[in-house]
Design a protein. Structure first.
Lengths: 298, 1201
């Protein structure tokens, strides 16, 4: 089974073009969708999750036409939206059980078992009776993951799932995903490069509604191998460098700016070639093609 | 603070909502004044449309009805908004203080609210200038009349509501809490109104009303038409106190908010701590988390699963609703309010007498909960539609694999459960109330049908509507507002002539319940109207399924696109099925109401009345053959609500000229089919089928003194059902109708339009309600018209075997034939042409009365279970016969019967020797020790009519009710005076005074003095009692009775001329001493009022006696027909009284003497033997006085200085 997205476009009534002719093939396994905030990731994910209509294009999942056979998709879908709320005065167990019924798990024994397992899996079991209103951001996020995993979904869409998780939680969650991702399509959207680096077999970079790059992380790295240069510069020189070179990122090391530049050859003295990581791929796809004036990325 | 204030203003001024609210206010006011579309009351009859009282009422109401909503929308949210938009933390860290912040927001919002309400003012001020208004109904334009109430009512109301809403919004940060608070304000208002229903607590109610509505109406309740056109409520007394009280409460709430509002945190410190506690990591569980395997589960999706899911959801939502604080608050508020109504509402019967809490009565009181039902329905239809989106869990739900209907039907069902819960709760409240009041005859079937069939279906329909509106507009506040607008618009379309119940949403109802007739014939139309509206409701629900928002997008275009995807076979079948039900039921209803039966809206029927008058009035005084004998056989079929009458009239020419023409008026009801046949040759020379009016030409004129006969057949056939106002005279149990169904003769002036407005609308000249007192033809016709004087009467009635049929007359024979019971009655003396036909399942009690000269059989036919007051009624019959035979004349019959009839109509009516008496007004009263004995009083009044109407019959001219009704009031009062405690008589008179004064305030044409009364109940009953009581007090009961005896002697059974009020005045004058002659004019020929007051009252002990020193003021007024009052010189005999105390601590009169009052202020020194407590002028209110309570004053011991 494979998810095929063909020429998907979407323009919002306010004129924002969220998706521009997006075409993607997403096989079984973990698929990372990388892009800055506002790139169109959520629109794409919601569209796959049957919650939004594209203006043009098709999406198929195996034999299922995602855009028209919504119920078929929903039966095998696990979805974690980027932002969601919970009923404040209901316990996690109750709500999860309720959602399980709505997923079609009507066998009481099975439902109990799966709810228990998921709560344990997401480390919420000891808080299962507590009102969701009292949950921290991370706990709430874990609850979101638990509900997305109900009924052994074949297609899991998780939108920015690691936001708000502490590092340990994030690790556990990513492990969980990769465990499931072995025989499922898992689409993970994130603007955190690490997430993709650690987990995904395939990935795409998307910005301003367009797919800038697809492939495996290795392929992506290959494309810029030998083209990334680093230099530590003085604070007042940053702007000059930015004007002169293809600066893809700027960060600080011990208080001094360090810049990465995308260039076929050594840009100038002092630049050191480095082994690119996925972050450089990401930044070079997003910022490497044009002159960038402000480097605020966080 | 200034910055915040400015920010708030600028923010609000940029929002379209501000202008929309302004526009709503403006338009509401403008349209209400310039069109008939919106009506806010006022302006009836002679009260001008821009009378200051009308304007004040109008402003107050509009400041509350849409006002409550708008103020909450503006004042409830400013703080809330900062939290919702998450700007709070930004603001709170900026260098402003809490007081600057709150003060700025408050003042800014307040300024905007005032701006919005200026729309109301402008709509009014501009509206009254519009040139198309009927200038006759306007006073000269006066801006002051608008500014004054705006300042003393509207602005304070804004402030009061504004402070409270601002406070609750700021402290709770929940809009729902603001709404709930609004509802509670409304409950306080309604409770205040309820408290005022109890006439002893009126001032309290006026004080407690948060909006001043009741305050204003209380203070203006006695204002005459002229005063309403001239005066505004002054900002003093109760108004001042009411405003101060509520503004004080508002201010305190504001101060509390300023003090309590937590500026440092986002208000949930406690919650944050809890979070920390929860995030503690437990290593064991982490261990487990990595090892646990997620089991594989089966996933189902068939119909069974969907049903299961629907039910699961419905229970889930139901639990959510009933755990909601607002839901609980509204429910508790509603229950509390209902209990208040129980306390005061049952006493709201006639003359403040409690009514037995029968199930139907309790259910009627429980309908006060309806407003809460409506609020809950509106609120939770919206909340449910928005539920997932409100907590932002919608995307998770929307991606779950259930079909659309599962969630919506689940939500809908949860509302149905909630309705059932609420109905059970209020049912229990009812049963509890009954139990507490010691009334244990619960009728569970009546509860069940009324609550769980009638009410439930009504609210389910409103839930359909709510779901539909909220789905379509997809904006919560707008949805709520639209629901309210819809509710109002159902009233508006009635104004536009769409009166048919097919236009009134959820119009099915089970009608009035009667112990006698049960739910009667109302079930059938109820079923059809319900299925009609359910058809529509379900069709709306199909649209909800089609258009409901699922997923991240909610534009209409997108929903249309998605809807088409949802359009499967079942949805189409469902939608079409619903429409079919709607259409089919609609057709069936239309067929019944408009084709089988006749339907007319009120404008059309008024137009018909006008046409009747225009076409046929020329025959008004045409000479008629008069009915002198009637023999009729009536077969009543209660099961099918039919009857068939065959009768013969003997028609006699009582004029001195031959008569050639007969003007036949047949019954126009669509249920009636009739035919007539004369025993002499005739031809129809002219006919008006639409009016059922026919002129027969006699081949040979009937000579003076000669007679002919006319046979008639009248068939009343109930077929299907009618639109509204179904016939409540011919019933399954409790049939009571009179001879107006049978053919009659001549132009029927009773069909004419009366109100000035209606007549103008139909191009008819304004007219008096009755003919002048000296109208030469008028005085020769009795109140029933010119059709007959007195008739010989004989009737046979048949009915179903379990019922008893009764008509005036003595039973001749009673038999059974063909499974039906027959009763043959005959009168041995001529009676008025007015007879009742009654048939019901009856119990009967019998007694006899005798005074040695004549014997009378007394019978009361009553519904089983209605035994409560039979003894009172029976005693009243005897005491009345005692008094009337002793003081007036012998009773003309040998029997007297009272027959109960169902409570669709609430009156008692005196026919010759029979008195049909409504279930509603005497049988079910719980008469307490200190209550006016209504069963006794009403019975006495009706029996008095056997003299005043049946012996002395009044002419059909102005002042005639003084003869029948006022004399019956007097007669009943004299019997009561002998039987009941003096305090009760005083209470009775005080209530009569109250009703008279209120009555004249709502007079639509002109107030007449009693001797020219034109069918005005507040005059001939209420004022009549007072005047006759005063008369007998002045000239003695014996003198009055002497005059009445003389009148009977001269006028009883007279046929050629009927009595008019001048005869009474003349006879009264004859028995009045010279010194008191002035009272006849004061009482009967003019509208005379007094303003008597005890101004200063002290006493001192003189020896073993007490000397009372009393200062009084007394003013005498003459009023014209509009209530313009002029002071006139006083030279009257008025009571001066002193009260002591009896052993029980009750007031007791120890001195009461008439003194000559000839100056506006006077001083009296009175010596009494006992310790005096109070003293005053006219202390027991025998005179008409608009402030009867200040006549007495508590005495203080005079200090020697």
């Amino acid at each position: 089974m494979q998810l095929n997205i063909q020429n998907l476009s979407k323009t919002y009534p306010n004129g924002v073009q969220a998706l521009k002719n997006v075409t993607l093939e997403i096989p079984i396994g973990m698929f990372g969708l990388l892009g800055p905030n506002g790139a169109g990731k959520s629109t794409l994910m919601r569209t796959i999750a049957t919650l939004q209509e594209p203006d043009e294009g098709t999406i198929t999942l195996g034999d299922i036409n995602v855009l028209t056979q919504k119920e078929e998709v929903r039966k095998i879908l696990g979805y974690l939206p980027q932002e969601f709320g919970v009923y404040p005065r209901i316990g996690a167990e109750t709500l999860l059980d309720h959602l399980a019924v709505l997923k079609g798990i009507t066998n009481r024994g099975e439902r109990k078992e799966v709810v228990k397992a998921l709560l344990e899996k997401t480390n919420l079991y000891q808080h299962r009776k507590k009102n969701l209103g009292g949950y921290s951001g991370g706990m709430k996020q874990r609850f979101g993951i638990a509900q997305a995993l109900l009924a052994n979904p074949k297609l899991i869409i998780v939108d920015e799932p690691t936001a708000g998780l502490d590092p340990a939680e994030r690790n556990r969650f990513l492990n969980l995903l990769s465990e499931i991702g072995e025989n499922t399509i898992v689409i993970l959207s994130t603007h955190i490069v690490e997430d993709v680096k650690e987990l995904c077999t395939n990935m795409a970079v998307i910005n301003q509604g367009q797919v800038l790059l697809t492939g495996t992380p290795t392929q992506a790295l290959e494309r810029i191998s030998g083209k990334i240069w680093r230099k530590q510069v003085a604070k007042n020189e940053v702007e000059t460098y930015k004007a002169t070179y293809n600066v893809i990122s700027e960060r600080r090391s011990a208080g001094k700016p360090v810049i990465h530049v995308l260039s076929d050859g050594q840009p100038s003295d002092g630049f050191v070639q480095i082994q690119p990581d996925l972050e450089d791929v990401y930044f070079s796809e997003i910022f490497g093609k044009r002159v960038v004036t402000v480097g605020s990325l966080q | 603070m200034w910055e915040i204030f400015k920010f708030e203003l600028q923010y609000r001024m940029k929002r379209p909502a501000t202008y929309i609210y302004f526009g709503i206010m403006f338009l509401m006011a403008f349209l209400a004044i310039t069109t008939d579309v919106i009506q806010v009351g006022g302006g009836a009859g002679q009260v001008k449309e821009n009378a200051p009282t009308t304007i004040a009422f109008f402003l107050i109401i509009l400041s509350v009805i849409p006002g409550l909503l708008l103020v909450s929308a503006v004042m409830g949210v400013p703080i809330l908004r900062d939290f919702e938009h998450k700007t709070a933390s930004m603001l709170f860290t900026s260098p402003i203080t809490k007081y600057q912040y709150l003060g700025g927001r408050f003042l800014g919002s307040m300024a905007i609210t005032i701006f919005i309400f200026l729309g109301l003012f402008l709509g009014l001020a501009i509206g009254y200038l519009m040139p198309w208004l009927d200038q006759e109904k306007l006073l000269p334009y006066n801006l002051g009349h608008m500014i004054q109430p705006f300042l003393i009512f509207v602005i304070p109301n804004i402030f009061i509501m504004g402070c409270l809403f601002f406070s609750s919004g700021a402290l709770s940060r929940k809009l729902l809490v603001v709404y709930v608070q609004g509802i509670f304000l409304f409950i306080i208002y309604a409770a205040a109104e309820e408290v005022m229903g109890d006439w002893e607590n009126q001032d309290l109610g006026a004080l407690l009303d948060p909006f001043g509505i009741n305050t204003n109406s209380h203070l203006t309740r006695y204002w005459t038409v002229a005063e309403q056109n001239a005066q505004t409520t002054s900002f003093s007394g109760l108004v001042l106190w009411n405003r101060l009280l509520w503004m004080g409460i508002a201010f305190l709430s504001l101060a509390f908010t300023f003090w309590k509002f937590d500026f440092n945190l986002v208000g949930n410190a406690s919650r944050k701590q809890k979070k920390k506690a929860l995030t503690a990591v437990d290593t064991n569980s982490i261990e487990r988390a990595t090892t646990v395997k997620i089991p594989t589960v089966q996933q189902f999706s068939g119909l069974g699963t969907q049903v299961r899911q629907t039910l699961d959801l419905s229970i889930f939502y139901f639990k959510w609703i009933v755990n909601q604080i607002p839901f609980l608050a509204i429910t508790l508020g509603g229950v509390a309010y209902t209990i208040i109504v129980f306390f005061f509402g049952l006493g709201g019967g006639m003359y403040d007498v409690d009514v037995y809490p029968t199930t139907y009565r309790v259910l009627n009181i429980l309908t006060t909960f309806d407003i809460f039902f409506f609020i809950i329905t509106v609120l939770y239809a919206g909340e449910l539609i928005w539920k997932e989106r409100d907590v932002k869990i919608n995307l998770i739900y929307d991606a779950l694999p259930y079909p659309n209907y599962v969630s919506l039907v689940g939500k809908f069902l949860s509302m149905v459960y909630m309705f059932i819960l609420l109905l059970s709760v209020i049912g229990l409240v009812g049963i509890t109330a009954q139990t507490l009041m010691g009334f244990t005859e619960y009728e569970l079937g009546v509860y069940a049908r009324s609550l769980f069939i009638d009410d439930l279906s009504n609210w389910v329909l409103f839930a359909f509507l709510g779901f539909f509106i909220h789905t379509m507009v997809n904006h919560k506040f707008l949805g709520h507002a639209l629901m309210v607008v819809f509710f109002i618009s159902t009233l508006v379309i009635t104004q536009l002539g769409f009166e048919h119940n097919m236009f009134r949403f959820a119009s099915g109802n089970l009608g009035r319940y009667s112990d006698m007739n049960g739910f009667g014939h109302y079930f059938q139309p109820f079923t059809w109207f319900s299925s009609y509206w359910f058809g529509l409701g379900l069709a709306l629900f199909a649209l909800v399924l089609f258009f409901s928002v699922r997923g991240a997008e909610s534009s209409m275009a997108m929903r249309w696109k998605l809807g088409k995807l949802r359009l499967n076979r079942s949805l189409i079948t469902f939608g079409l099925g619903a429409l079919t039900l709607f259409g089919f039921s609609g057709c069936y209803i239309y067929y019944n109401t408009n084709i089988v039966n006749k339907y007319q809206n009120s404008d059309d029927s008024k137009a018909d009345q006008a046409a009747y008058e225009k076409t046929l009035k020329k025959y008004m005084d045409s000479p008629l053959l008069k009915i002198v004998g009637t023999k009729v056989a009536v077969d009543v079929y209660p099961e099918t609500r039919d009857f068939e009458a065959r009768g013969t009239y003997v028609l006699k020419n009582k004029t001195s000229q031959p008569i050639q023409k007969i003007y036949l008026q047949r019954n126009v009801d669509s249920e009636v089919k009739d035919e007539v046949r004369f025993n002499v040759p005739t031809t129809i020379s002219e006919s008006w089928d639409n009016f059922k009016f026919y002129i027969y030409e006699l081949e040979n004129p009937v000579a003076a003194g000669d007679s002919i006969e006319m046979d008639f057949v009248t068939k009343f056939h109930t077929d299907g059902f009618v639109e509204g106002g179904s016939n409540t005279e011919i019933l399954q149990n409790g049939t009571f109708f009179n001879n107006t169904y049978f053919p009659t003769f001549g132009y029927q002036s009773g069909n004419e339009l009366n109100s000035d407005d209606d007549r103008k609308d139909n191009d008819l000249p304004v007219k008096d309600r009755m003919r002048p007192r000296d109208h030469p033809i008028g005085v020769t016709e009795n109140l029933l018209g010119g059709t007959a004087d007195r008739i010989r009467f004989e009737i046979t009635i048949s009915t179903s075997p379990e019922q008893i049929a009764i008509a005036p007359g003595y039973i001749q024979r009673e038999w059974e034939e063909n499974g039906r019971k027959y009763y043959h009655y005959k009168m041995d003396e001529p009676i008025l042409n007015f007879y009742s036909i009654v048939s019901a399942e009856y119990e009967v009690i019998k007694d006899t009365w005798s005074n040695g000269k004549q014997d009378v059989n007394l019978e009361i036919y009553y519904h089983k279970g209605h035994e409560y007051n039979l003894e009172r009624m029976m005693r009243s019959m005897k005491k009345s016969l005692d008094y009337f035979t002793k003081n007036f004349s012998p009773y003309q019959y040998r029997q007297l019967r009272i027959m109960e009839f169902p409570r669709y109509r609430s009156f008692a009516q005196s026919f010759s020797n029979t008195v049909p008496f409504s279930e509603e007004i005497g049988f079910m009263l719980d008469v307490g020790e200190d209550d006016v004995d209504i069963p006794f009083y009403v019975t006495a009044h009706e029996i008095a009519h056997q003299w005043w109407a049946h012996q002395v019959t009044e002419a059909g001219v102005q002042g005639n009710a003084m003869s029948s009704e006022t004399m019956s009031q007097y007669s009943a009062l004299m019997v009561m005076k002998q039987e009941l405690k003096p305090e009760i008589i005083q209470k009775f008179l005080k209530l009569e005074l109250d009703r008279y004064l209120r009555g004249r305030a709502t007079e639509s044409k002109k107030e007449q003095p009693l001797d020219h009364v034109e069918g005005q109940g507040y005059i001939h009953y209420r004022k009549g009692s007072l005047l006759m009581y005063a008369l007998q007090d002045y000239i003695s009961e014996d003198s009055v009775n002497l005059a009445l005896r003389r009148i009977i002697n001269d006028w009883a059974y007279k046929e050629d001329r009927y009595i008019t009020s001048d005869v009474y005045l003349e006879e009264f004058r004859k028995v009045t001493p010279d010194s008191l002659q002035y009272i006849i004019a004061d009482l009967f020929e003019t509208i005379t009022l007094f303003e008597n007051r005890a101004t200063e009252a002290t006493y001192e002990k003189v020896g073993d006696k007490y000397q009372v020193n009393l200062d009084i003021s007394a003013i005498k007024y003459r009023a014209d027909s509009l209530g313009n009052e002029n002071k006139i010189a006083i030279n009257d005999w008025v009571d001066i009284g002193v009260y002591g105390q009896d052993e029980a601590g009750e007031d007791k009169l120890i001195y009461l003497q008439k003194h000559k009052i000839n100056q506006e202020t006077m001083n009296f020194k009175i010596e009494v033997d006992e310790l005096p407590i109070k003293a005053g002028i006219d202390p027991i209110n025998k005179l008409i006085d608009r402030n009867p309570d200040d006549n007495r004053k508590r005495l203080t011991l005079k200090e020697d200085s």
